[in-house]
Unconditional design. Structure first.
Length: 113
């Protein structure tokens, strides 16, 4: 049950990532007060396909801008295609100009989560 509560908190943050922006698993974990739980955020992203609402999981990447979760999208290029549709350039599974697309929930969202 505790995992489900954490997953729902993750999904709330992920839904707030703006179009054309990305964040990292670790940034979400830190925002939620669980620094060091990036892997749990990844598990939440893996499970979100069965969620009743759409979760833009393609906007969550690793801390270096790599598309490490791309194999969970039903095809090897779907995550990349979704990000490219939002104007993000990717070469060799890595976001180009990662810093300009990076969205940090600690800076962008109020801390009364």
């Amino acid at each position: 049950m505790e995992d489900l509560y954490f997953f729902e908190k993750v999904y709330t943050v992920v839904r707030l990532i703006p179009y054309g922006k990305v964040t990292s698993y670790g940034a979400i974990a830190e925002f939620l007060g669980s620094k060091g739980s990036a892997r749990m955020v990844g598990w939440a992203m893996n499970k979100c396909i069965s969620h009743s609402e759409i979760i833009p999981a393609h906007r969550v990447v690793n801390r270096n801008g790599l598309l490490t979760g791309k194999h969970h999208f039903g095809g090897p290029n779907i995550m990349q295609q979704l990000l490219e549709n939002e104007g993000i350039t990717i070469i060799n599974n890595k976001i180009i100009n990662f810093d300009s697309h990076y969205w940090d929930p600690l800076k962008e969202l109020p801390l009364n989560h």
